[in-house]
Design a protein around this ligand. Structure first.
Ligand code: SAH
Length: 354
């Protein structure tokens, strides 16, 4: 563990949650292990001199410190990545589907590749020789599916980071077996305290890892710090719906549903797409674009549920352990959340000023 990270996670921390009406709720100085509910409302300025951290865990996670959250995430992926790979291959993210969803048989693994392609094209990443990304960082890289894909597509050097030692090992083994070890490397490291100097990467890629970050502001700051001037930043992540005018929080029943999901997938408090936009603006990013792809990913969950209840899926779950089984059950909550418009599958892209 990096010392700086240990300090962030174990020391008294100023916590805040961003809200869609432009306000931050800033609970007093809190110890993560004893989060309380008192909050002081402050306006979220577009360019705060020092950006406060959004450190509030979902209710389900309030007993856990951030260190516990980190080790929970690592153990969850150490335990579940094998069974996922067995059923789904090396991409641990949603597929992207046409609208209306196709009635005929779809290859879901192709849909996962399509997710990468749709994301790159939404972010307008150039394929031209002089403009294509040459140095890429894959934040929350899983077993390196995106890392290898981007390395092959652009001939880029890619560095992947994950909290799970097993994922990093497996990612390296798969990469070696494809003869890509000179281009793609992995390490266990924290996205909130990245082991990279400033201004390194033409493309900063975070595919479905943002939802795990207990401090969304620090997460964004780190993505921007390691991006090269003019570099692109891509975040594909689970968000909760934007708050309506006059709302200061989600409805209690909505929060309850998210709490159940947080407990199963080791997630801290969620934020909305609008919160990401405000953070990106506060960091002076340019060409900020977002899209809601919730409907485009809808067929994926039923496919995952079917695979989990297949014979092979069941055997895999039983062999892998309790965390994975809990995760499988939580898929039902995810489907419910998507259906009621509470959970959004969001893409946020932007560029660091040149
Ligand atoms: N992007 C990959 C994997 C998504 S699963 C893919 O599309 O296949 C989520 C990943 O986020 C896991 O690899 C997990 O270890 C990583 N992650 C979660 N929190 C992290 C953190 N604080 N720092 C680095 N990686 C993190």
């Amino acid at each position: 563990m990096h010392m700086a990270t240990a300090a962030i996670y174990s020391s008294t921390t100023t916590a805040a949650v961003c809200h869609d009406n432009g306000a931050l709720f800033l609970p007093l100085r809190l110890r993560p292990s004893s989060l309380d509910k008192r909050s002081t409302r402050i306006r979220f300025p577009l360019a705060p001199p020092t950006m406060p951290a959004s450190h509030v865990l979902c209710k389900a996670g309030t007993e856990a410190s951030f260190g516990d959250l980190r080790s929970g995430i690592a153990e969850f992926y150490d335990e579940s990545s094998g069974v996922w790979e067995d059923m789904w291959g090396d991409h641990m993210h949603h597929g992207f589907y046409d609208l209306p969803p196709p009635q005929n048989l779809v290859n879901h693994r192709d849909a996962q590749i399509r997710m990468i392609e749709e994301t790159l094209s939404f972010a307008a990443i150039s394929e031209e020789d002089f403009k294509k990304p040459r140095r890429v960082v894959d934040i929350g890289c899983g077993i390196g599916g995106s890392s290898r894909y981007l390395a092959k597509k652009y001939g880029a050097h890619v560095q992947g980071i994950t909290l799970s030692p097993l994922q990093a090992q497996r990612a390296a083994a798969l990469t070696a077996s494809q003869g890509l070890s000179d281009k793609v490397v992995f390490q266990v490291a924290d996205a909130l305290d990245q082991p990279f100097p400033d201004g390194q990467f033409d493309l900063v890629w975070s595919m479905e890892s943002g939802e795990h970050m207990p401090d969304k502001v620090k997460f964004m700051q780190e993505l921007v710090r390691v991006a090269a001037p003019g570099g692109s930043i891509i975040i594909v992540t689970w968000c909760h719906r934007d708050l309506l005018p006059g709302e200061t929080s989600l409805q209690p029943s909505e929060q309850e549903l998210l709490d159940k999901i947080c407990g199963a997938y080791y997630l801290p408090a969620w934020c909305s797409t609008a919160d990401y936009v405000r953070m990106a603006q506060a960091l002076s990013l340019q060409n900020i674009k977002t899209a809601d792809w919730s409907e485009n990913v809808a067929p994926f969950w039923s496919a995952v549920i079917s695979s989990a209840i297949s014979w092979r899926g069941m055997m895999g779950l039983l062999k892998s352990g309790w965390k994975t089984i809990k995760g499988a059950f939580a898929m039902l909550h995810m489907v419910k959340g998507y259906k009621q418009g509470l959970i959004k599958f969001a893409v946020i892209t932007a560029q660091k000023p040149a």
